[in-house]
Each structure stands twice: as structure tokens, then as C-alpha cells.
Design a protein around this ligand. Structure first.
Ligand SMILES: CC(=O)SCCNC(=O)CCNC(=O)[C@H](O)C(C)(C)COP(=O)(O)OP(=O)(O)OC[C@H]1O[C@@H](n2cnc3c(N)ncnc32)[C@H](O)[C@@H]1OP(=O)(O)O
Ligand SMILES: CC(C)C(=O)C(=O)O
Length: 462
């Protein structure tokens, strides 16, 4: 995130737990360029915990709507206690944080359902108590872009401090509302990688940045070419998959299947791409499936360096459509198999599986052994792993080390049919020396399907 050029990193809420504090402190100790911030409630004890973590700033969150004041603070200040007490509590805590050397972002929670007059009073009080920045939270995603623009046209210029926008995505408008706020004068936006966050998430960093750059011509200073890398990292570390159709960072962005699109794309990529994929650190992909056209087949054959006459191309086209009609995507390895069969090319596979076995259990370390024939030579390898699939793939990778450095980029498993006897389909993305291919294996045994997919992929790469 720091390398992307982000200005502030809210590293967590120090009050949450020991582990969260250790993490925030570790982030604060990295010596990053970004300001490191912790979320805090309107309590001096939260500020003390943030101080223990050595943060630069606090995101001090204050309830601002009647609903939140009444439901949230009943124990602290009594159900009937009014806005005056919120003003004074918030002011005291802001002053406390300032007196301990912290930058204070004074945040109105549920601002989009608050009385606007009171909201402005709250902000004025925050500034009077030393707040450096203010924040408007659309806590349950109630804003629309039009309303946001109107609110910020006024707020951004009357509060005496920079105002930021914090949007939730309950109605799918977080990105649009954030951009509207920035266009109307918001000085800062709260964003999350991949739009992750409570419930339906928050405004997605990558979407807001690229919209500002490309639709509004604003230089954000963010290193956009790292956006995809950071998206993948966050998805992996949080175990939250990114939807394939997610803008800019989803698996299908910059991926084309429709023949009518590919026909034009090969002449001018702008015909079906709003920006170059490299802008966010990605590459273009053309995949084959039910919607493929002649141009897609032509392109795929060129990439495989295979020549086919018109009749052969028609036959390949027909077989691709047949696979597509079965609901299958045609991997690179599938296409090569189809093309070789139609063109009557017989390729002896470099890597042949003779046998394998894998064990797992409890307590035991998952382990696998494989016997392969690699370029005619028998290779026997054993390895352990995080599970039997991992162990089997590691063993294969050891056995084929002589043919070069083959990297397994992605591994995906689907159960095609239901039940414990389901047909399992494994698709893999693998690369070697800058060349990337996809391959598949389908078996009722997940380990066998994985082994098959990986060996298919290896044979296409070597
Ligand atoms: C995904 C996010 O991080 S969004 C940001 C919100 N962050 C978090 O919620 C951090 C994670 N939360 C937690 O770990 C816990 O909720 C804790 C440790 C903060 C509090 O736990 P508990 O003391 O058990 O309280 P609980 O979570 O049940 O209730 C929240 C309390 O905070 C109080 N509170 C909530 N917001 C505020 C606020 N802005 N100012 C002051 N008090 C507040 C509530 O009144 C309630 O107090 P009460 O227990 O005296 O009634
Ligand atoms: C934690 C706060 C800032 C929040 O998520 C909200 O009010 O929207």
C-alpha cells in the first residue's frame, strides 16, 4: 500500500485486541512514507491504546445521527442525553488526542442520516477542539452521487478543515459516491483494496483511482501499475476471493471470449477495452469457449505457431463450440489437443505419469510420491505438503526440475456434479520463461484431477 503511494494507512482499531495492537505497532515501525492511523471511539482509553501502537493519527469516530446517538451511547450517556453531550465528549477526546501529539481525523458516523445543521455544528466543535481533518461517513450506504455532490459542495468549504469521505457499498454506490464527493471538494477518500469491508464493503481503491485518472483526467499520484499485484496479495492474505467480474481486478477484466469482440480487438484493442490492461498491471487474455469466433481460433493458432487450412480451422472451430456447448471453457491445453488431433500432429508428451500415491490423515504429514517418465527417463520423487494435493504437485515439480523452471500461477477446483462422488475439475495456470498457459484435469478423485491438470500444463509448456 505504501509503494502504491497511498497517503494514510488505517492499520486497524487498537482497541480490538492484543494481536491487532501488535500488528498496528509493527506497521507503524516499518518506517513507511504513509501516515499510520488507528480507529478510535470517543474514549480516552481508546486513544491511550492507539498511542501504545506508535501511530501518527487517530480516526476518531463520533455518532452523529439521532439513531446512532440514542442506540449506541445509551450506557455511556443515557438514552435521553442529547447532542450537547456528544459535542462535549467528542471535543474532550479530540483535545486529549491532540495533547498527546496525534493528528486527529474527526469522523461523523452515520452522517448521511444526521441532521445537517447539527452535523455542521459537530464539525465546527471538532475543529475548535483541534481536529486536523473531518470525515463524513455514509455508514449504511444511503448516499446517491447527486446528493453527495450537493453535500460536499457545501461542506468542503464551510468547515475550516479538510473533509474526507467514507462510503459503504450497501446499495453498490460506494465508488460513485466517493468520486462525486472528491469532485465536489472532498480532500481525502477512505478506500479499501478490492472494496473489502464490513457487510457489502467500502469504496474500492482501484475503482476510484482509475475512474479519477481515466474518466476525469485527474492525476492521483498512485502507482496504478501495482494495483493488480496489491489486489491479488490482499485477496490471498484475507482469503477473500475477488469476483471474476469485479472491475479492473476481477479475473474476467481484460479477458475476451466473444468472437464479435475479438474480431475487432485484434485490429484495435480500444474497440473493446477502455484502458490498456498494463495501466493496472495486467495483461490481455483471449479465451476460447462457446462464444468464440473465427478470429479467436486464428489468434489462438498463431500463438501455438500452428498452420491450418480453412477446412481444418472449421473443424477446430466446431470442436471448440462443442466443448463450449457443454459449458466448458477451452483451456490452452484443450485447444492444443484439439488442434493436434485435427492437424494429425502426434506429439509424444515430454512428461508421462506412470503412477502416483498420496496420503493424508491425522496425525500425519500429508505426503505424496510420483513416478514420471520425463524425456524418456524415469524419475521417482516424494514430497510433503500442506495437504495431499500440495504434496503431489510438489513431488511432480521436483521430478520435472530437469526441464526448467515451471511455475504454478493459479490453481482452481470445482465440483462439476453434486455429492461426494462428484466429478472434480481442476484448472491451472502455469508459466515457464514468460509463457503462460491454462490446462485442466477432470476426475472423481481430486488428487488425480490435480495431477492430470498439472502434467497437461507442463506438457504444453515444454
Ligand atoms: C471493520 C471495522 O473495523 S469498522 C470500525 C469499527 N471497529 C470495531 O468495531 C473494532 C472491533 N471491535 C471490537 O473489538 C469490540 O467491539 C470492542 C473491543 C471495540 C468493544 O467491545 P465491548 O466492550 O465488548 O463492546 P461492544 O462491542 O459489545 O459494544 C460497543 C461499545 O462501544 C461503544 N461505542 C461504539 N461506538 C462508540 C463511539 N463512537 N464512541 C464511544 N463509544 C462507542 C458502545 O456504546 C458500546 O459500549 P458499551 O459496551 O459500554 O455499551
Ligand atoms: C468505522 C466507521 C468509520 C464506519 O465504518 C462508518 O461509520 O461508516
Amino acid at each position: 500500500m505504501d509503494e502504491l503511494g497511498l497517503h494514510i494507512i488505517e492499520a486497524g482499531s487498537a482497541v480490538t485486541s492484543e494481536g491487532e495492537r501488535a500488528a498496528i505497532k509493527a506497521v507503524a515501525g516499518l518506517g513507511l512514507n504513509a501516515e499510520i492511523c488507528s480507529y478510535c471511539r470517543m474514549r480516552t482509553s481508546d486513544i491511550d491504546l492507539a498511542l501504545e501502537c506508535d501511530v501518527d493519527s487517530v480516526h476518531l469516530v463520533v455518532p452523529s445521527s439521532n439513531l446512532h446517538i440514542e442506540t449506541k451511547l445509551k450506557k455511556d450517556i443515557g438514552i435521553k442525553k442529547d447532542r450537547e453531550e456528544v459535542l462535549s465528549m467528542a471535543g474532550e477526546v479530540a483535545e486529549y488526542a491532540k495533547s498527546h501529539g496525534l493528528i486527529v481525523e474527526f469522523s461523523a458516523e452515520d452522517a448521511s442520516r444526521a441532521d445537517f445543521k447539527f452535523l455542521k455544528e459537530l464539525y465546527a466543535s471538532g475543529v475548535a477542539h483541534g481536529a486536523d481533518r473531518l470525515c463524513y461517513c455514509d455508514t449504511v450506504g444511503m448516499l446517491t452521487p447527486e446528493r453527495t455532490f450537493n453535500i460536499f459542495s457545501e461542506l468542503a468549504f464551510v468547515t475550516g478543515a479538510p473533509v474526507s469521505i467514507h462510503c459503504h457499498n450497501d446499495f453498490g454506490l460506494a465508488t460513485a459516491n466517493t468520486v462525486a464527493a472528491l469532485r465536489a471538494g472532498a480532500a481525502e477518500a477512505h478506500l479499501t483494496i478490492n472494496g473489502i469491508g464490513e457487510r457489502s464493503g467500502n469504496a474500492a481503491l482501484e475503482e476510484v483511482v482509475v475512474q479519477l485518472e481515466h474518466l476525469y483526467g485527474i492525476d492521483t499520484g498512485i502507482k496504478t501499475e501495482n494495483l493488480y499485484k496489491v489486489s491479488r496479495l490482499v485477496s490471498r492474505l484475507t482469503n477473500i476471493p475477488v469476483a471474476p467480474n469485479k472491475a479492473l481486478v476481477g479475473g474476467n477484466s481484460f479477458t475476451h471470449e466473444a468472437g464479435i469482440h475479438v474480431h475487432d480487438l485484434v485490429k484495435n484493442t480500444a474497440s473493446y477495452e477502455p484502458i490498456e490492461p498494463e495501466f493496472v498491471g495486467r495483461t490481455r487474455r483471449v479465451v476460447l469457449g462457446k462464444h468464440a469466433g473465427a478470429s479467436s481460433i486464428e489468434l489462438a493458432l498463431t500463438e501455438l505457431q500452428l498452420d491450418a487450412n480453412e477446412a481444418q480451422k472449421q473443424e477446430i472451430f466446431k470442436r471448440v463450440k462443442e466443448m463450449g456447448d457443454k459449458g466448458l471453457h477451452v483451456t490452452d491445453a484443450d485447444l492444443q489437443t484439439i488442434a493436434e488431433s485435427v492437424l494429425e500432429i502426434h506429439c509424444e508428451p515430454t512428461v508421462k505419469l506412470k503412477s502416483f500415491s498420496a496420503v493424508s490423515g491425522r496425525p500425519s504429514i500429508p505426503m505424496a510420491s510420483v513416478i514420471l517418465e520425463v524425456n524418456g527417463k524415469e524419475e521417482v520423487c516424494v514430497d510433503t505438503g500442506d495437504g495431499p494435493v500440495d504434496a503431489a504437485i510438489r513431488a511432480i515439480q521436483r521430478a520435472v526440475a530437469s526441464v526448467g523452471d515451471i511455475v504454478l500461477e493459479e490453481y482452481h477446483v470445482d465440483a462439476i456434479t453434486g455429492g461426494t462422488d462428484a466429478l472434480v475439475e481442476v484448472t491451472v495456470k502455469m508459466s515457464k520463461d514468460g509463457k503462460t498457459i491454462t490446462a485442466r484435469g477432470a476426475r472423481t478423485d481430486i488428487i488425480e484431477a490435480s495431477v492430470e491438470a498439472v502434467i497437461n500444463g507442463m506438457n504444453r509448456l515444454v
